[in-house]
Design a protein around this ligand. Structure first.
Ligand code: ZN
Ligand code: ZN
Length: 186
């Protein structure tokens, strides 16, 4: 087990996380840090991802990625609550509010998206998705848009992940090497 540096603790603390929460966000459910002292979840970051004398470039990316996931998690929770409110008749105000937040989230974090949806199901996954111009790249989270040729839909956030963007079913494994945490964005 490694210790987070004072600098890393300051950065993580300023973003609103304790060291334990940061370890949990990286997938270590016992809250013990096993990444590098700079705050990166890879235990060989200093001297590999950046020089010893340099600031860690991974940490801000990880922080941003987690903040993004947390926003999505919260807006989705409110969206589902609005859909299920009043014995399933729904709460139109809450529903509209969730869509507005989703729109802001997509614009901010996925500026290339053309349209977005909370209702579209992508390859059996519910969540936040968006359409893009181009040919479907054929990834797990993409699907062609039959009604608008030359466009495809991409899943941006999926129901069933926790506030850190980790699959809830996998979160029970304390020692598993985290793969997700921000990697997709690099
Ligand atoms: Zn790193
Ligand atoms: Zn680093």
């Amino acid at each position: 087990m490694t210790h987070l540096s004072v600098r890393a603790l300051e950065t993580i603390g300023a973003a609103g996380y304790t060291d334990e929460e940061w370890a949990r966000a990286a997938g270590w459910t016992d809250g013990l840090w096993r990444g590098d002292e700079c705050g990166c979840d890879d235990d060989r970051c200093v001297g590999h991802h950046h020089e010893t004398s340099e600031e860690c470039g991974c940490l801000p990316i990880l922080l941003d990625h987690i903040a993004q996931n947390r926003e999505a998690y919260e807006l989705w929770r409110d969206y589902r609550a609005a859909v299920e409110a009043n014995d399933g008749r729904g709460d139109p105000k809450g529903y509209d509010a969730a869509w507005s937040r989703a729109e802001a989230w997509v614009r901010r974090h996925h500026p290339q998206a053309l349209t977005f949806s909370l209702d579209a199901v992508v390859n059996g996954m519910r969540g936040i998705s968006a359409t893009y111009a181009g040919v479907d790249p054929g990834f797990v989270g993409t699907t062609p848009e039959p009604e608008s040729p030359g466009h495809y839909r991409q899943q941006l956030w999926t129901e069933g992940v926790d506030q850190y963007g980790r699959q809830q079913a996998l979160a029970a494994k304390a020692d598993e090497r985290p793969e997700a945490l921000g990697r997709a964005g690099r």
